[in-house]
Write a new protein. Sequence first.
Length: 230
Amino acid sequence: MEEDGFMLVRSRRRGGRTQKCDRKTAQRMEGTVEDIASALERADKQIVESGLRCRCLSRVYLVGNGHFDAPWEPGSHQLALIRRICHSFNAELVFQEPCISSAERVWLSGQEGVVIRDCSSVAFDVLDSKDDNMGIVVFLHGLHELLNSYLSLNWQLNLCNILLLCNDYTGIIFIGGSPKTDSNFPALNAFRKLAKFIPFPEYDPNPSSFLHCSIIVVCDRQPEHQKANW
């Protein structure tokens, strides 16, 4: 550095001449509040259109929740959890429970984004055929027969796009307790070999609400030929 504030830069070529260059600092122009809003709006649109776009949660089916008209009812805590999930992701809640009281039905009918499904069948589509979003099906403390029927009816769909909240089947050798009863659930047995079970954490306010329940994730597509054996 010379006294006049210039830096000497020597050429790498042999016998190169010494030359002077100014040391300059890049100037950054700060944006206005309007520039920030415009930049984020444009970036958000590009995120949605790109491969970084996250799939949304479209719909949650809650099957067999039970009563929720008292704080000690497990169904109150289960419904509260599912409602919070739906609110967080702006997802539709489909409630299917044949044994609800008239007051529970009135309350559900007044809730925004809730659909009451009066049907005993589990033949429903959580996602539309062209929907690449995610869906959740809830069978907490549900009957083995219901879950087996749902899996059998929807085996040809991409279950990788669906999360299941249901009983924890990881430590069970025979569903129902014996080989004879176990043979009644071929779809469920095939499914639990493909699925990853994530146990629910302990819930102190009402331990029975999520006792022996799991979140089930499928990482690979289910074999299409397998249903032919059922």
